[in-house]
Every structure is written in C-alpha cells, then in structure tokens.
Design a protein around this ligand. Structure first.
Ligand SMILES: [Zn+2]
Length: 499
C-alpha cells in the first residue's frame, strides 16, 4: 500500500510555533511506517510568498494523483488545516480524494471514518477557517497580549527553557546552565575582569559553548533580570518568569559595558497604583509627576500625584487626576461618521497598494473561467465523438484538479483582504473606546496607550490638560478635513494595519 505525503507551513507559523517542515515530514513518515504504508512521494509546500498563496505542490500532488491513483491508497498530512484554510475548499478537497478512493490521514488528529470521525474532521475544517478569520488577532495581537502579560514568546535564551504553564502559555524556566549566567554577571558586576577573562573562566568551569561574542550577548540580555524589552512597547515590561540575576546587577553591568562609571539603576516604570506617574508633567517646573500615599489625620491613606521638585507645591488627588484624564481621553474619541470615513480611506489606500494582488486575483479568475470553458469544450468533443469516454474522463479530471487549485489560491487571497477588514474593525473599536480601554487595562497597557496617544509632553493644571503633541491618528480624526488626510499609516498602528 502506497501513500503520498503533503506538508505545508507558513514562515510565520514556523517562527512562532516551531513546527517546521522537517518536523512535519518526519511525523508523516513515521505515521506511514507505523501503519504499514510505503511512502511513494512527498510534496512539500515551501513558505508563503508575499504576493500569492503559492500552492504549487498541492497542484503537483493532484496531478500526480490523477496519473497514479491506482497505486495510491492514501494521503498523509500533518494536520487537516494544511490542506486548505477555507471550509468549502477543504470540503471539496476531502470529497475529491474520497471520490477516488484515497483516504486522508492526519498525523495529529482523529482519523476514524465513523460518523464521529467525519464530524471531527468537519469541525476541524470549520475551526481552521474560524482561526483564519481571526488570524490577525491570533498572531500579532495575541503575542502582544502575551508580552504585555510578561510572557516571552520566542526561543528561550541560554540558561532557560521554553515551557507551557498550566494555562498552556509560554513560560521560561531556568535550567542547570543558568548557574553560568549567574556567574558571568557576578564577575562582570565587579568591573574587575575583561570579557575574555570571564569567558575563559566559565569555559574552565564547564560552560563549553561560551565565546566572547556570546558572553556579550548574554550580558546584554534583559530577560535574565526578568525584564522584557521589545520594539512593540516603549517601556520595560516586568516578566513573569523567574529571573537569574537581580535587576540592580543587570543595570550595573550595562553601565560598566557602556563605559560609564556611575551606577544609577533605572527604575522600572510600572507601578500599578499610579499609571500616570512619570507621564503627566507639572505645569510650573515641567517635571514629571510621581505618585505616593500620604496618611491623613484619621490615619486614612490618600493617594496623590505630586511634583518631585523640592519646593514645588503641585499635588493632586489620584482619583481626580485619573478621572480628568479619562474625560480628556474621551474627548479624543472620534464620532461615527469620522470613523466610517477613516475606514473607507484606509481601505481604499490599502486596496490601491494591493493593486498587484488584485491583478493576480483577476488573473486567477480568468484562468478559472478558462478551465470551465475547456471543460465545456471537451464535453462538446465527447458529444461529437471526437474523443472517447476514457479520454474525456481523464481530461476533465485533470482540468478539475487544476481549476480547484486556482480556486483555492483565489479564496486564500480573498482571506487576506478579510484580514485587513478585521484589523480595521479592531482599529475602529480601539479608536472609539480609548478611554474605556485605558481605564480597564493593566498597568503596562495603560502606559502604552498613554504614550501612544500623547507621544510628547502633557501637563495638568486645575482640571485641564495641555499637550505638545497628540498622536497623528487622533489629530487627523479630530480635524474636519479628513479627506486631505495624508495617509501615512500612523505610528503605533503599523502592525495592526499592515499584517
Ligand atoms: Zn513642579
């Protein structure tokens, strides 16, 4: 019994979730071996090209099947969603294979041909589509959210391993090797050793892979101090994993590496009691306000924001400043008409930038039409007796499988467009709910919002805010001349709009 194998992975997926093509192929081969199938041919779809949904290998596979189906009894895939990302395409492919007596096996999912098995497969197909519909949120936004919660979602650095916690989310856990990291920092902190000396010492102690280059990378890595620093967010984020070294140590080492002698430890900015701390400025002296508790006469504690300059008297109750800030944020929320206009403009812009894609889409539609015409023509030949039934059957099968591929390519291209619409909806939701989102977010997100919307200085005095700059997007949405809008994707929104 011979089998075919089909593997596919997107580059994104590979980077994020680590299931590589090699891994998929190996799993599929093992499945074949365990179930007594001889692998006849393996089809591997490499990456996802930027312009088109490249399904050349699926096409080759279908062509191969048309020619060799007598010898082939099944197709092994790693997961059902490898076949197609859209339910109707998926169903069509599954039905096609079943009509020519080729069974599809998924290495990672239920393979029963019982009604339950079929239902499961169908649900998996639906789920794949659903997943795809919310793809943008699932990938980038999902990762951003994880990072904001202090989770490192990428490969673990030396000294840690990447695990899943009870919620099945990424969590770094120190491993035995972490003692070398600790020692590296302890030595570096003294300022008495050169990096070559530190790596030499560690190598002697058994840290074989250490090089000067690697040591430098280790000493610069925030993760060891339990801090996440990514381009997405302006601030440091407190990680939830166990640090290997103290923050003081880490920052001291940074200063030493930078060649500065003074040891000032930058403070982490997230203090959950005071989101506006280090953000709102004193109108008298321009200093950023800090937050603190003071005890009143009846030993009741009050929270205040106050200026840190000595002798400067500005002090405002936490509740007052925060509720005024909430009101101020609300005033930035664009109305419905403006939002609709914004959507239209962004979509138009996006579509025009996608002109190449649209050309590709038209090309595909034309090809599909041509296949249909070809099929009709062959049927005419059959009627006229120019071709025999056998040839007719073979030809139409070829045409149908080619046409099916084009349809899948086309559908997947349309999904890309749906993605941008989902992103826009999110964007609109964001824009019209800024104040509430801010009020309900955790400390990191709050501070991210603040600095996104007010990228420069913001002052508070007696119930009013004064700013030197407001995020471009809000400024544009405020202005009545939205039509003149210079549609550069505003900073901070690039990932939402362009993925
Ligand atoms: Zn002041």
């Amino acid at each position: 019994m011979k089998t075919l194998i089909y593997c596919r992975v997107s580059t994104k997926e590979q980077a994020e979730q680590g299931y590589s093509l090699e891994g998929q192929e190996k799993d599929c081969r093992k499945f074949a071996f365990d179930n007594g199938y001889e692998v006849d041919k393996v089809f591997i779809e490499r990456g996802e090209s930027a312009k088109t949904q490249n399904r050349t290998e699926l096409q080759n596979l279908l062509r191969y099947v048309v020619k060799n189906r007598k010898d082939i009894s099944c197709l092994i895939i790693w997961k059902y969603d490898r076949l197609a990302r859209n339910l109707s395409d998926h169903t069509e492919l599954v039905n096609y294979f079943s009509s020519i007596n080729i069974r599809i096996f998924s290495v990672t999912e239920n393979n029963e041909d019982s009604p339950i098995g079929k239902l499961t497969r169908n649900m998996i197909g639906t789920f794949a589509q659903f997943e795809n519909d919310v793809k943008s949120e699932r990938t980038t936004n999902g990762m951003k959210q994880a990072v904001q919660q202090g989770r490192w979602c990428w490969r673990a650095p030396i000294g840690y391993k990447q695990t899943k916690d009870s919620l099945n989310k990424s969590l770094l856990v120190p491993i035995e090797e972490s003692r070398f990291i600790e020692e590296a920092f302890t030595m570096a902190e003294t300022g008495m050793y050169k990096q070559t000396e530190i790596s030499e010492h560690l190598r002697k102690k058994g840290f074989k892979k250490i090089t000067k280059n690697l040591l430098n990378r280790i000493l610069r890595n925030y993760l060891y101090a339990g801090i996440i620093k990514v381009d997405w967010f302006p601030d440091y984020i407190q990680a939830i994993h166990k640090p290997i070294i103290a923050k003081d140590t880490f920052f001291k080492v940074q200063l030493l590496l930078d060649g500065k002698k003074t040891s000032i430890t930058p403070k982490l900015r997230n203090h959950s009691d005071f989101p506006l701390r280090n953000f709102i400025r004193c109108p008298k002296c321009g200093q950023k306000l800090t937050g603190g508790w003071s005890t009143g006469r009846k030993k009741v504690k009050y929270a205040y924001y106050h200026c840190r300059t000595k002798g400067c008297s500005l002090s405002v109750k936490k509740n007052e400043l925060e509720s005024e800030f909430f009101k101020y944020l609300s005033s930035f929320q664009p109305n419905k008409e403006i939002l609709e206009l914004f959507e239209e403009i962004v979509l138009n812009l996006w579509k025009s930038k996608q002109s190449e894609r649209i050309k590709e889409q038209l090309r595909l539609e034309k090809e599909i039409k041509e296949f249909k015409e070809k099929e009709d023509k062959i049927f005419d030949y059959l009627l006229k007796g120019t071709v025999d039934a056998e040839t007719y059957k073979q030809k139409t099968e070829e045409i149908r499988s080619d046409s099916m591929i084009k349809k899948i390519e086309l559908n997947e291209m349309k999904i890309e467009l749906d993605d941008i619409e989902a992103c826009l909806n999110y964007c609109k939701f964001f824009l019209s709910n800024v104040a509430n989102l801010w009020a309900n977010a955790d400390i990191n997100l709050r501070q991210r919002f603040q600095s996104l919307i007010f990228p420069d200085k913001i002052y508070y005095e007696a119930g009013t805010f004064r700013t030197t700059a407001t995020a471009l997007i809000f400024k544009q949405l405020q202005s009545k001349s939205l039509h003149e809008l210079d549609l550069v994707v505003p900073r901070g929104f690039e990932p939402l709009l362009l993925e």
